[in-house]
Ligand binder design. Structure first.
Ligand code: ADP
Length: 447
C-alpha cells in the first residue's frame, strides 16, 4: 500500500480523495494555487504545497510543479481527481518515469480513449455497440456530404479531441452540413488545438446512460451498473441517478457484462466509465472516461462500495476487493450538482458564502469543499457541492431529496439549488420520463 498520496486537484473532489486516503491510513499531500490557500482540502491535508498562481495552467495543470511537489514531500502516488490532469496521458507517463504511481489507467489506455475515433474503433473491436458514423476523421467537404448522406440526416459533427460538450454541431440537411462541419472544426481547433472532426448519426431523443467499470490491470473486469445522466444543460450533466428509470435488471446486466468483458480484454486498470446514448432499447457508445466521475457517489450509494478505496487498492497492486457476484444494487440514488451560478441564467456567481448549512439525516450525503465564510475564487469550475440522496426505491429517494433541498442553505452567492427545488416537483421527473433534451426544453419554456 502507498505511504503518501498527493492529490492533484481542488474543491470537493480533493476532499473526497483525502477522506478515502485517511480511512486507509495513508498520509496526504495537497497542492494548491495561491487562490486556494484557504480551501478545506488544504486545511485538512497532512501537508500542502503551493504550486503557483490562480490560472490553472500555472498551477493545477503544471506537471513540473506537481512532480516537484511529489519529490519534495516523498509522495509515492498521485490521485488526479477528475478534470485537470486526470485524462492527461503525458502526466501518467511522466509520473511513471519518476517511479510515482498514477492512480488511474496506463498512459496508453488514456491515449486510446482520449482520441474519440480511436476510442470508437476500440469499442467496436471489443464488441461494444457504437453510434453509426464515419470510420475516422472527415477531412473534405465531399466526404462529409457522402458520409452524412449514407448515415441519413440528422447527423452530428464532433471533435476528435472533444470534451465538455464543445466542438459539436448538428446538421439536419446537406445545406446545414457544410456550415456545421466548418464551425465544428474551427471550435475544435480553438478549444483543443486539434481541428479534426468526425460525423455520427444524431439521435433525436436518447437518454445518456453510462456504465461504471473497474479493471484490475491483470485481465479482470467488473461493472457497477449504470447511471442515468440524461438531465443536461449544454451537454453538461446536472442531475444523475442510479439505477436508470429506463432499464430493467436484464438490460443492466447485459450491457454491464459487455463493458466488463471489454475492460478485462483491454487489461484496463482502475475506474472507468463507458458512456452510451440509449434510444428505443439500443445502446450506442459515445466515449469512455478513464477516471473517476463527478457522479460516482450515486453508484457508491446503491452498491455500498467506496470507489476511491477501490482505485487506490488497484493502483497499489492489491486488486479489486469484490467480484461481480458480490455486487448488489440496492435502492435508488440521485445526485444534484450544486453550482455557484444564477439558477436561471447560469452566469457564475463567485463571492463569499456568508452562511452554509447542509441537510442531514438518513440517506443524505453532501460532498462539498466550501464552508461559511469561504470565498469562492472566480478562476475555476462553479461546482461547489453535490447533494446525494439514497432511498429504498425511487419514490422514497425523491421524497427525501425534496426534504433535503428544503434544508440546504447557501447564503451570500447565487446557486442552482432553486432549479432542483423546481425539478423535484415536476411530474416528468417524478415519472422518470425525460431524455437528454428535456432540461433545455424545460428551461426554455419556463423563461
Ligand atoms: P464530450 O466528451 O464533449 O462530453 P460526448 O461525446 O460525451 O462529448 O457527448 C456529450 C453529449 O452530447 C452527450 O451526452 C449527448 O447529450 C450529446 N451527443 C453526443 N453525441 C450525440 C449523438 N450522436 N446524437 C445525439 N446527441 C449526442
Amino acid at each position: 500500500m502507498f505511504q503518501k498520496i498527493l492529490i492533484a486537484n481542488r474543491g470537493e473532489i480533493a476532499l473526497r480523495v483525502l477522506r478515502a486516503a485517511k480511512e486507509l491510513g495513508i498520509k496526504t499531500v495537497v497542492v494548491h494555487s495561491t487562490a486556494d490557500a484557504d480551501a478545506m482540502h488544504v486545511r485538512l491535508a497532512d501537508e500542502s504545497v503551493c504550486i503557483g498562481p490562480p490560472p490553472s495552467r500555472d498551477s493545477y495543470l503544471n506537471i513540473h510543479q506537481i512532480v516537484a511537489a511529489c519529490e519534495i514531500t516523498g509522495a509515492d502516488a498521485v490521485h488526479p481527481g477528475y478534470g485537470f490532469l486526470s485524462e492527461n496521458a503525458r502526466f501518467a507517463d511522466i509520473l511513471a518515469a519518476h517511479n510515482i504511481t498514477f492512480i488511474g489507467p496506463s498512459g496508453d489506455h488514456i491515449r486510446i480513449m482520449g482520441d474519440k475515433i480511436e476510442a470508437k474503433r476500440t469499442a467496436k473491436r471489443l464488441g461494444i455497440p457504437v453510434v453509426p458514423g464515419s470510420d475516422g476523421a472527415v477531412s473534405s467537404e465531399d466526404d462529409a456530404k457522402r458520409i452524412a448522406g449514407s448515415i441519413g440526416y440528422p447527423v452530428i459533427v464532433k471533435a476528435t479531441a472533444g470534451g465538455g460538450g464543445r466542438g459539436m454541431k448538428v446538421a439536419r440537411t446537406e445545406d446545414d452540413l457544410i456550415e456545421a462541419w466548418q464551425t465544428a472544426q474551427t471550435e475544435a481547433g480553438a478549444a483543443f488545438g486539434n481541428p479534426s472532426v468526425y460525423i455520427e448519426k444524431y439521435l433525436e431523443k436518447p437518454r445518456h446512460i453510462e456504465i461504471q467499470v473497474f479493471g484490475d490491470g491483470a485481465g479482470k473486469g467488473i461493472h457497477l451498473g449504470e447511471r442515468d445522466c440524461s438531465l443536461q444543460r449544454r451537454h453538461q450533466k446536472v442531475w444523475e441517478e442510479a439505477n436508470s428509470p429506463a432499464l430493467n435488471i436484464e438490460q443492466r446486466m447485459r450491457i454491464g457484462q459487455i463493458c466488463s468483458d471489454a475492460v478485462a480484454e483491454l487489461g484496463y486498470s482502475g475506474a472507468g466509465t463507458v458512456e452510451f446514448l440509449y434510444e428505443d432499447g439500443e445502446f450506442y457508445f459515445i466515449e469512455m472516461n478513464t477516471r473517476l466521475q463527478v457522479e460516482h457517489p450515486v453508484t457508491e450509494a446503491i452498491t455500498g462500495l467506496d470507489l476511491v478505496h477501490e482505485q487506490i487498492r488497484v493502483a497499489s497492486g492489491g486488486g479489486l476487493s469484490v467480484r461481480q457476484d458480490d455486487i448488489k444494487f440496492q435502492g435508488h440514488a440521485i445526485e444534484c450538482r450544486i453550482n455557484a451560478e444564477d439558477p436561471r441564467t447560469f452566469v457564475p456567481s463567485p463571492g463569499t458564502i456568508t452562511h452554509f448549512h447542509t441537510p442531514g439525516g438518513l440517506g443524505i450525503r453532501v460532498d462539498s469543499g466550501v464552508y461559511s465564510g469561504y470565498r469562492i475564487p472566480p478562476y475555476y469550475d462553479s461546482l461547489i457541492g453535490k447533494l446525494i440522496v439514497h432511498g429504498r426505491n425511487r419514490v422514497e429517494c425523491m421524497m427525501r431529496l425534496r426534504r433535503a433541498l428544503d434544508e440546504f442553505v447557501v447564503d451570500g452567492i447565487k446557486t442552482t439549488l432553486p432549479l432542483f427545488r423546481d425539478l423535484v416537483g415536476n411530474s416528468d421527473i417524478a415519472n422518470g420520463d425525460y431524455d437528454i433534451h428535456w432540461l433545455e426544453h424545460y428551461l426554455a419554456s419556463s423563461d
